[in-house]
Every structure is written in C-alpha cells, then in structure tokens.
Design a protein around this ligand. Structure first.
Ligand code: NAD
Length: 362
C-alpha cells in the first residue's frame, strides 16, 4: 500500500470507498475469497501484536444502545472505527450495527482512506471468528449451530464454510423470517442447512456453536447444560456492558480466549466473571506462547467483542483491493494549500477579499 499515491501538487487527497463500491469489490473478489484474505490479514497483524499502541474502545451509552470509537496505530498507520450497537434499530428500519472509519499516515497525520465499515465489519467479525476457531475447534469439526440469523449471520456461515470446511449448519432465530432469509441466501452454497425450532435443538450434535444474537440485556442464549464436551463456542453477540449471551456457569466449564483482555473484561461475557478469572489473549495462541485446545473433550470459548486491530487489518485489506480494482473516489476532506499557513486563502479562492462578507465595525 502506498501513501504517496495520494499526493497532489499542494497536499494529498483522501481516497473514499462507499458501501456500493465496497459491495462491488466483495462480489468481484468473491465473498469467500474476501473472507479468506481478511482472515489472513487479521492473523498476520495479531502475530505482530507487540507493534501496536492499543486501548479499549470508548463507549457512549444510551438506554437503547451504544456508540463506540475504536482507535489503534503502529509506526506507520493509524486507524479508527466509529460503530454503534442498537438492537432495537431493526424495528425502526435501520441496521443494529452501522460503521465507518479511516486510515491515516502516522508520519504526517494525513487521513489517506475513509471507508464505509458496515459491510466490512461483518466480514472482519466473521474472519476473526474463524481465525480463533482454527486454533481452538477440534480439527474434525464439520457442523456448526448458528443462533441469531440477522445481518452478520451469512458472513459467519460462509467464513466457517469457506475457511474451515464446515458443511452443515443448524440455524435458529426467534424471528422466523430472519431464519428463512439466511436459508435462502445460503442456497447457492454446498452447505446443508437445518432450520431448528429452538437453541437447544440447534446445538444438538454441533461441533461449534456460534451465538450472534442482538438484545440489550444479560440474556441466556446458551445454558451450560446444552453444551457437549469438545464443543468450541464462538460467542459474538455479547459485546457491551449489560449485553451478554452465555450462562455464567458455562464459562467455568471451558477455557476462555479473548482479543484484548482490558476491553473484554468490560464488554464481553467476561463482565459476568470475577476480576481474577483467567483468560488467554488470542495473540498468545497464535504466537505459540500459550496453548489453544488442550484435549478433544475440552470446551473452548472465544468471547468475541471486536477489537480495533481487526478494523485496522480490514481497512488496509479493503484499501489495497479497492486500489487494485480502481474503485476508490477522491474526497476533498483536507484542504490542499499552496501555502500551508494560509488556510484563510481558501476563502479568497472562493471570493475576492473585498467580497468576503463580514461587516467590519469600527
Ligand atoms: P441483527 O439485529 O441484524 O440480528 C440479530 C438477530 O438475533 C435477530 O435476527 C434477532 O431476531 C436474533 N435474536 C435476538 N434474540 C434472540 C434469541 N434469544 N434467540 C435467537 N435469536 C435471537 O444484528 P447483527 O448485526 O447480526 O449483530 C448480531 C450481534 O452481534 C449484535 O449483538 C451485535 O452487537 C454483535 N456484533 C458483534 C461483533 C463482534 O465483533 N463481536 C461485531 C458485529 C456485531
């Protein structure tokens, strides 16, 4: 990726990728290929975990949801994402999760890339789930239960199919229309989809359980007694204070893996546990400084909340692919100035000084 590509005679322009162009890009590359590429990109950056300046995201809360800012940087790039989580939104005709974000050059602060991140978040969340599952699931796993069949669900299904070879999905949602939508969207793929009438039915015989529901409460989507030995749990929907999916006692039955512990303690399933409850960060498993799965009967739990490093990776991946595909639009975000100290000259460029219309009072 070249930052100099943005240079103009008097400054730089910012490249923009809107949701239509992002969707065009994903269909051109192929959604599974995109998920594979993004998984690789996220894994590559988790392997160089120590290179990043990291912090837990900043949340601003309202009774119906949260708006979060997620910053991160390494020596050359800075990235941030704006994202909300309002489970009630689908009843108002808006998505539960909406996002955008940017990449900037650490050397001069110039924002080089501004992008939609609603579609990209669905891709990066699924990619992170399979990155974790590849380390933690039993290798022979082929059947996944998918509880919550909303916006994120197709991306999860296709990531587990395309990257890890999952060929059977047992799906359940309290909204039958959502379940039917997922079934229809997966029809072109060689995946056996079994629609179930409860979570308990869906998890029966599953090697992996993904919970990706949206409800602004401490829900119990998955009880400890529903989970068989050897299961890998991909718990994605509990991602903010007061919003969880797993029965607390289930966490004692397995080993818990997280992205960035300080953030997951506040936002993840972990918020239900004592402060000294032991967890492993995923980078430790990837760098082989901690073990992943210890035995075929162990229950492993990825307590996913979404971390800025995934968005940094996704932004860079989408930027590089969009550059190759010629899908970027230049954006007039930062003024290009002949004299960088003469910002006022920008007004003169629009109108001669005699016309700038403030009245000077003596
Ligand atoms: P969505 O609103 O589009 O879909 C959620 C689905 O869950 C809905 O179809 C709803 O009917 C279903 N649901 C609610 N309660 C249920 C229950 N008790 N049993 C079964 N199904 C139930 O939301 P989405 O965009 O698909 O996001 C799903 C969840 O994932 C949200 O909570 C969101 O905040 C979270 N999320 C997490 C990450 C992450 O990185 N961890 C990233 C994106 C989204």
């Amino acid at each position: 990726m070249t930052h100099t590509a943005n240079l103009t005679p008097f400054g730089m322009h910012t490249d923009f990728l809107g949701y239509n162009q992002a969707a065009k890009l994903v269909t051109r590359v192929g959604v599974i290929e995109c998920l594979r590429g993004m998984t690789q990109a996220i894994e590559h950056n988790f392997m160089r975990w120590q290179d990043f300046t990291k912090s837990a995201r900043i949340g601003n809360y309202s009774p119906d949801g949260v708006i979060e800012l997620m910053p991160i940087s390494d020596a050359s790039d800075y990235a941030f994402k704006y994202v909300n989580g309002h489970p009630i939104n689908t009843h108002r005709g808006l998505p539960t999760v909406m996002a955008f974000g940017a990449l900037a050059n650490m050397a001069n602060g110039m924002p080089i890339f501004l992008s939609e991140l609603t579609l990209t978040t669905a891709l990066r969340t699924a990619a992170t789930s399979v990155m974790a599952a590849r380390q933690l699931m039993r290798p022979e796993s082929h059947c996944m239960a998918l509880i919550g069949n909303g916006t994120q669900s197709e991306f999860q299904a296709l990531a587990f199919h395309g990257v890890l070879g999952i060929d059977t999905l047992r799906i359940y949602d309290i909204d039958e229309m959502a379940m039917r939508k997922l079934h229809q969207n997966l029809a072109p793929y060689p995946i056996e989809v079994v629609c179930c009438s409860s979570t308990a039915e869906a998890v029966r015989g599953a090697d992996i359980i993904t919970t990706i529901t949206a409800d602004n409460t401490n829900a119990i989507i998955l009880r400890a007694d529903m989970v068989a030995p050897g299961t890998h749990i991909n718990a994605v929907g509990g991602d903010c204070p007061g919003k969880t999916e797993l029965e607390a006692s289930l966490l004692y039955k397995g080993n818990v893996f997280v992205e960035f512990e300080p953030q997951t303690r506040i936002e993840g399933e972990l918020q239900q546990m004592p402060a000294d409850f032991a967890v492993t960060e995923l980078w430790q498993v990837l760098q082989k400084s901690s073990p992943g799965r210890l035995s075929p009967t162990q229950i492993t739990i990825f307590d996913s909340v979404g971390f800025a490093l995934e968005d940094y990776s996704a932004l860079r991946y989408m930027y590089a692919r969009a550059q190759e595909a010629g899908l970027l639009q230049p954006l007039e975000l930062i003024p290009a100035l002949q004299d960088p100290k003469n910002l006022f000259g920008l007004l003169h460029a629009q109108a001669p000084s005699s016309v700038i219309s403030d009245r000077v009072t003596a």
